[in-house]
Write a protein that binds this ligand. Sequence first.
Ligand code: NAP
Length: 295
Amino acid sequence: MSSTLLVTGAAGQLGQRVIHHLLETYKVAPGRIIAATRSPEKLAELAAKGVITRKADFDDAATLPAAFAGIDHLLIISTDALAVPGLRLKQQTTAVDAAKKAGVKHILYTSMPAPDDSLVSFAPDHLGTENAIKASGIGYTILRDAWYFDNFLMGLPHSLATGKWYTATGGGRTSNISRDDCALAIAAALASDATESATYTLTGSTSLTIEDVASVVSKVTDRPLEVVQVNDEQFAAGLTGAGLPKFVVDMLVSADANARAGKFDILTNDFNKLTGKEPQTVRAFFEAHKAALLV
Ligand SMILES: NC(=O)c1ccc[n+]([C@@H]2O[C@H](COP(=O)([O-])OP(=O)(O)OC[C@H]3O[C@@H](n4cnc5c(N)ncnc54)[C@H](OP(=O)(O)O)[C@@H]3O)[C@@H](O)[C@H]2O)c1
């Protein structure tokens, strides 16, 4: 009998793209796919295609036995619960415990590059979850996703409007990748039915400074964009002044510090290994998302 593949966080942006690639790129039969989310009512389109939908809320452990029943390969998509310290780790270890009790055969998890050597504020959530998965005794595939290109789309319209991109990266490089490429590689790992334990770091093919990224954005949009290097305090003050909550400010400042320390400068060919393809380039990404830059 064919194995069953469950994706948690199926209503999120990454979850939707993973399921898209399972169905459309890897031609997995819809009846083998279980899309689990806090809000199954958001998945009517997938249900209409024959994908099974279930409720799974890591804040409500009572939803998980039924959600994970009969599952061979479970993809745990890391949650976005960053506002309350410790909550994300608690949610994700609750999911690992439930997977163990339900007899899941293999866990896949979306982590971050080198969580054991990171300045990023949320790295302990990822490291703690990776360790909980390893301690469970269940076979695992850890997929450590580099910083998405997509993250830049949040601040760039403002930067382009003012002509200035403030950063505290200090010339440090980051091996960005698009969210959709992460989804493609994760779907490849899930569809492969692999049972041996492995850790992959999903990166683009080049490590880029913010100056490199700005130069591409400037060419694609035909607008000037000056990179202004600031220190952590100045960066935090600017983000706070723009109205961002403290946990987001802390996250962004710590991410820039991580880049400045060279800890995001990690290039692998794990994306190619999993997909047999080249990752999208920075130029191709911004060409495809030009409209989102000029809003
Ligand atoms: N590498 C990067 O640059 C980067 C950037 C952004 C985010 N991330 C991480 O990757 C994850 C997916 O990214 P995304 O772009 O898809 O973000 P997103 O659209 O904001 O998705 C948030 C995800 O968290 C899930 N979630 C929240 N609370 C949950 C709970 N109580 N129980 C179970 N699931 C819960 C949501 O699932 P439902 O809504 O379906 O329940 C959804 O899949 C994020 O949650 C974050 O951990 C990585």
